[in-house]
Design a protein around this ligand. Structure first.
Ligand SMILES: *[C@@H]1O[C@H](CO)[C@@H](O)[C@H](O)[C@H]1NC(C)=O
Ligand SMILES: *[C@@H]1O[C@H](CO)[C@@H](O)[C@H](O)[C@H]1NC(C)=O
Ligand SMILES: *[C@@H]1O[C@H](CO)[C@@H](O)[C@H](O)[C@H]1NC(C)=O
Length: 715
């Protein structure tokens, strides 16, 4: 069978299984800026200063493809996986080139193996140099989504040791709130058998296999508690035997993203005491046990610029590849660092100066450096951003979508969706049709009236503002085209007394709206008349010197769920509470440890569960290896209303937030292309990498990308 046919067949099997009609319901959520990533893997030569013609696209422009790895020649075992073995086993040059990478196509994180004949032998079309042009290209997904819940987890930073794939997965609950689920696993290519290499109770990130395959190094948080800080994950470097995780030893205090150049030398990054992220080298003793005190550590890259996420190749020990942020540049670039002359050599800035480039990796023969970056605006054969991107759901009868917007909500019949776009409030049918803007300004947190068709509530004004800032609750009759200003439907201001009023949620009988207000100097909950607003009646529901916010009224009218920091006011930690609308029955339902963040609760249509955002599963990757996420620990979870049966729905290194639960089942297929078509690459690099020792706050919103999609987990 021809490889394309094989791939198509494979995809169509997945799609037809997904397209079965099931009665159930749907959760929508948002992920900061993810729709703009459009990551693909590319490579540049190391032999000369590259120009545009030297860059080759390695992946196929579907979904996002990132964190690549060129398996060493010793992993020819991989070729056994290829459907066309006569191609794979052809011993004559051009030799087969293999590439492993992470991809999020088909709604979950998977590791793919691509194989194609060596580029150097191919006569490229000079106007479009891409792996797609190679006729004998083969693509093999290494995990099958139909193998159960465990497969719906993050799979990350793949590498190969003999006939084993070594990678991070998040499929096992650490059992401890805010303790990361990231652990290193090894899967045998032939038998499919998987073994956990990280001890239980510990989180490991960024594994790297030594050239001999004997050792694996990881960035590990050990048994330390995560302090909730994303700027510095505060990992240490450990090594263990790749075969079974035994002989685990700490090599280096404070470091991450290890990579080996030989079995006794590895490079890693750390934030130095002078504030600069730099590359360091750890030299291991050649004899005897590995012990921290016998390891020589030297700083490799100088202060004056940030250098991180190193890559090395055993075939050329004269250089490493790194990502840099230079004070003179707003972009993250890949550079080579010459270890002999101690100098940098520019790579990606010569080719795409105004793009961010991430996580370099070097080919086994050291002739090329791979990395990922945004592929740019839509090209033929590549996927466009999606308005509703399907994710594989671990819960039966529930479909799960990432929306290219924030604060989505369903109408009570589940047929329509409102969301905000920063700026703008939009309404569309659940299939994405008849989308239109119903309010042009900045607004957040939408909700639909249960009784009055086409009435939505939202809060207009700045987000993350102080108690006294003017933010008002309005209702908008979205189908009333005639009476509004400038072609927008009319809206009615419901709050009138000032003081940051937000997160409106109407009662199922259509009479009341609960919301949070900062009018007393603290953000507490209030209830007002749904039609007349405050004028028609107002009462205070909660009272105290803390923040109660993000409220949601249950479908049976009995409870209001909300997020509160009352356990430690101002401490940044939120838990989910329930209260009866008459102010009785207050109870804490979900929290994620004493300093955890759990918020944005929303009831299921049957009222038996809630969906929410939480840092319950900690971080899933080193934040520096990804674009900026204010809260990369944010994932989407569900729980029963008694707080039991916590289920993780999303597994990724992104900030997922603002979930909403609707009563209809949207078929779990990506059907809806984003109206923001062609808008690409609008995302920020880590703000906290900013330059110098200047205050790191106040930089949010300084980039056009962040105007459209602000952070969603914070309160
Ligand atoms: C395998 O690949 C070779 C070389 O591209 C081709 O000639 C052959 O027909 C393929 N075989 C199958 C079974 O697809
Ligand atoms: C408050 O509301 C709850 C739920 O509807 C009810 O069970 C309870 O009796 C009410 N309490 C008072 C004092 O009205
Ligand atoms: C921070 O300040 C110190 C002292 O002024 C300086 O040496 C160092 O380079 C600065 N670090 C950064 C990251 O700018």
């Amino acid at each position: 069978m021809n490889s394309y046919l094989w791939l198509l067949l494979h995809l169509s099997i997945v799609f037809s299984a997904k397209a079965e009609e099931i009665s159930g319901n749907t959760i929508l959520f948002s992920t900061q800026e993810r729709a703009n990533y459009a990551f693909d893997l590319f490579s540049l030569p190391t032999s000369h200063p590259p120009d545009n013609d030297d860059e080759i696209a390695l992946t196929d422009g579907q979904s996002v493809n990132f964190n690549g790895y060129f398996p060493p020649p010793s992993s020819s075992i991989l070729s056994l996986l290829l459907p066309n073995r006569s191609l794979a086993l052809d011993p004559t040059p051009p030799s087969l080139q293999l590439l492993l990478y992470v991809t999020e196509r088909l709604g979950f994180s998977n590791i793919y193996l691509d194989a194609y004949n060596n580029f150097n032998s191919i006569d490229f079309n000079p106007t479009r140099r891409s792996a797609l042009e190679i006729p004998s290209r083969i693509q093999v997904p290494l995990f099958n989504p139909k193998q159960g819940d465990a497969k719906i987890s993050m799979k990350d930073r793949p590498s190969v040791a003999g006939d084993h794939l070594i990678y991070v997965s998040t499929h096992e609950n650490s059992g401890v709130p805010r303790k990361s689920w990231a652990a290193v696993y090894s899967t045998n290519f032939i038998t499919g058998k998987t073994r956990r290499l990280t001890p239980y109770g510990i989180a490991d990130f960024s594994p790297s296999v030594s050239p001999s395959g004997i050792w694996t190094a990881v960035a590990s948080s050990g048994e330390k508690d995560w302090e909730g800080e994303v700027k510095n994950l505060n990992t240490d470097i450990y090594v263990f035997k790749t075969v079974d995780g035994s002989e685990r030893n700490k090599l280096v205090d404070h470091g991450g993203w290890p990579c080996w150049i030989d079995d006794f030398t590895l490079y890693f990054h750390r934030r130095s005491e002078d504030g600069w992220w730099s590359i360091y080298r750890a030299s291991l003793p050649r004899l005897g046990r590995i012990r921290t005190e016998f390891i020589a550590i030297e700083r490799v890259t100088p202060p004056g610029l940030h250098a991180f996420t190193p890559a090395a190749s055993p075939s050329n020990k004269n250089f490493i590849a790194v990502a840099t942020r230079r004070p003179s540049s707003d972009f993250r670039h890949i550079e080579l660092f010459d270890l002999v002359r101690n100098e940098f050599r520019e790579l990606t800035r010569r080719v795409s100066p105004k793009s961010h480039h991430y996580n370099p990796f070097i080919s086994p023969d050291s002739t090329r450096v791979g990395y990922h970056k945004c592929r740019g605006n839509s090209k033929e054969g590549t996927t466009d951003p999606l308005m509703l991107e399907n994710l594989e759901s671990p819960l039966k009868g529930l479909s799960l979508f990432r929306i290219d917007g924030s604060f989505p909500s369903f109408s009570s019949d589940g047929e329509r969706v409102a969301y905000v776009g920063f700026p703008g409030v939009f309404v569309m049918n659940r299939d994405g049709s008849t989308r239109r803007e119903v309010f042009p300004g900045t607004a957040f947190s939408t909700a639909w009236d249960w009784k009055r068709r086409g009435v939505i509530y939202t809060s207009i004004g700045p987000i993350f503002a102080e108690e006294s800032t003017d933010v008002d609750i309005v209702s908008i009759a979205v189908d009333d085209d005639k009476n509004g200003k400038m072609g927008f439907p009319p809206y009615k201001k419901l709050s009138i007394s000032g003081g940051n009023n937000a997160f409106p949620s109407p009662s199922p009988d259509g009479r009341w709206v609960v919301f949070r207000s900062g009018r007393s100097g603290y953000k507490n909950l209030y209830v007002m008349d749904a039609i007349e607003g405050e004028k028609g009646g107002l009462r205070r529901l909660t009272e105290g010197p803390w923040t109660d916010t993000m409220c949601n009224w249950s479908p049976d009218g009995e409870w209001i769920a909300f997020a509160s920091d009352r356990d430690n006011p101002g401490g940044g930690s939120y838990a989910i509470y329930f209260i009866h609308p008459n102010g009785t029955g207050l109870k804490k339902v979900v929290h994620s440890g004493d300093s955890g963040r759990t918020n944005h609760p929303w009831f299921s249509p049957d009222g038996k569960s809630i969906v929410f955002t939480s840092d319950y599963a900690g971080l899933s990757a080193e934040p520096i290896a990804n674009p900026d996420h204010f809260g990369p620990y944010g994932d989407i979870f569900t729980a029963k209303v008694d707080g039991s049966d916590i289920r993780r729905l999303t597994h990724n290194p992104y900030e997922d937030g603002t979930p909403s639960w609707g009563s209809t089942f949207i078929k779990p297929i990506d059907v809806v292309e984003s109206p923001y078509r062609g808008v690409r690459c609008l995302f920020d690099d880590c703000h906290w990498l900013g330059h110098a020792n200047k205050s790191e706050v106040g930089k949010l919103g300084s980039h056009p990308g962040s105007q459209r999609r602000p952070v969603v987990v914070k309160c």
